[in-house]
Design a protein around this ligand. Structure first.
Ligand SMILES: Cc1ncc(COP(=O)(O)O)c(C=O)c1O
Ligand SMILES: NCC(=O)CCC(=O)O
Length: 429
């Protein structure tokens, strides 16, 4: 453990709530002190004591082409030299929108925002405004940012920290939020049967990445599409995490199931604060100024963020680039599995392109949130700290997905698998 991190964390705690600016960064579920990072390059980060780690957090997903990619750094620097924000349209907003549309088949029109949370918040408002209905369905263990109405049985830090809902969210605000089990179509059908004419939208993470990593079943997403069509509700894919990761065209391209609206974030900004809401023109045009549903933002479409997103997606969309990172992810998981087997540690792995999950379980498959909760939490904590000591940086929670970038190479793979071999062998719980 880094001594400087401990000193800096003690100081941070006097000024920042819990020493962090996002609840998931605290090591509450695993114990110990968060590592303070001073720089990143490619697949690696370096802490304030100069210790290096292969990074599988990648800022919780955005860095699809690795830390400080030269194209991203140059694009940001070049753009900043001409001013950082104007509150007026710039060409880069259209350029990023065109790039996203070329990759994501269901998107005809886009609104840029500043975070995934904003994208999901606006998606709910738009769906309600467009349909004239109030209720939304979300899934247990899915996380859509810290949107009041969606902080119900949520994943990510809400799950890690054991917060059942959140104080400060009035019951009236969540009264119209219905929840169903993930990957269980019958549960959704039952809600439609009960509330048929009042369901505005079904929001789903098509690859759930906030309860570890659990891809939706193909028939589940197809069934949601059908139910939404039958009942006049909008299908909203929250691809904040799966976008440009589950496949280059996101989960929608991978499953070939088209949502009405898509929430984006993370990779679309390449490490700068961006989110976006996109979808069918007829629905999107219901947003102000063309439509009556209000939405705005001082820094939305910010030039630096657009430049970073354009550089990232341009690199990622080059032929074979995403596929190579996905193939690397497959080798990582096969390598981890082989080493766990050799050490007699029951391990299950999931992959969706460049997203992955590892589960300490002897269950043959995991599709539901309840099954994720039953995994060996104690073993995860030992694994996490063992890997951290070995120079492999994973998210400090068994409920977070892992991420790979195009910069993860042979050296990073060898370092990770050698570390895992030693850590698996040392697991006594
Ligand atoms: C699927 C999903 N939706 C929404 C969000 C919220 O995004 P942000 O943290 O950028 O507000 C996240 C991550 O935080 C996410 O993983
Ligand atoms: N699964 C967690 C996230 O995706 C976001 C991280 C954060 O809220 O800081």
């Amino acid at each position: 453990m880094s001594n400087r991190s401990e000193t800096l964390f003690a100081e941070a705690n006097e000024h920042l709530v819990g020493g962090v600016n996002s609840a998931v960064r605290a090591f509450r579920a695993v114990g110990g002190t968060p590592v303070f990072i001073q720089r990143g390059e490619g697949a690696w980060v370096e802490d304030v004591d100069g210790k290096r780690y292969v990074d599988y957090v990648l800022s919780y997903g955005p860095l699809a082409i690795g830390h400080a990619h030269p194209a991203v750094v140059a694009a940001i620097a070049e753009t900043a030299a001409s001013g950082t924000s104007f509150g007026a349209p710039t060409e880069k907003e259209t350029a990023l929108a065109q790039l996203v549309k070329s990759l994501m088949p269901s998107i005809e029109r886009i609104r840029m925002v500043n975070s995934g949370t904003e994208a999901c918040m606006s998606a709910v408002r738009l769906a309600r405004g467009y349909t004239g209905r109030d209720r939304v369905i979300k899934f247990r263990g899915n996380y859509h940012g810290h949107v009041d109405a969606l902080l119900v049985e949520a994943g990510s830090g809400v799950l890690t920290l054991g917060i059942p809902g959140s104080p400060g969210v009035p019951a009236a605000v969540t009264e119209t939020t219905l929840t169903a089990p993930f990957n269980d179509l019958d549960g959704v059908a039952a809600l439609f049967a009960e509330y048929s004419n009042d369901i505005a939208a079904v929001l789903v993470e098509p690859v759930a990445g906030n309860m570890n990593c659990v891809p939706a079943r193909q028939d589940f997403l197809e069934g949601l599409r059908k139910l939404c069509d039958e009942h006049g509700a909008l299908l909203v894919f929250d691809e904040v995490m799966s976008g440009f990761r589950a496949s280059l065209g996101g989960a929608q391209a991978h499953y070939n199931v088209m949502p009405d609206l898509t929430c984006l974030g993370k990779v679309i900004g390449g490490g700068l604060p961006v989110g976006a809401l996109g979808g069918r023109a007829e629905i999107m045009d219901y947003l102000a100024p063309t439509g009556p549903v209000y939405q705005a933002g001082t820094l939305s479409g910010n030039p630096l963020a657009m430049a970073s997103g354009i550089a990232t997606l341009t690199e990622l969309a080059k032929p074979g680039v995403h596929a190579a990172a996905a193939a690397w992810t497959e080798r990582l998981l096969a390598g981890l599995k082989a080493r766990a087997d050799a050490a007699g540690v029951p391990l299950l792995t999931h992959q969706a392109g460049t997203m992955f999950g590892v589960f300490f379980t002897d269950a043959p498959s995991i599709e539901r949130f309840e099954q994720v909760e039953q995994c060996n939490a104690e073993r995860f904590v030992k694994f996490f700290h063992g890997m951290l000591a070995e120079g492999v940086y994973l998210a400090p929670s068994a409920f977070e997905a892992g991420f790979v970038s195009t910069a993860h190479d042979e050296a990073a793979l060898a370092h990770t698998l050698d570390a895992a071999e030693r850590v698996f062998a040392s697991l006594t719980v």
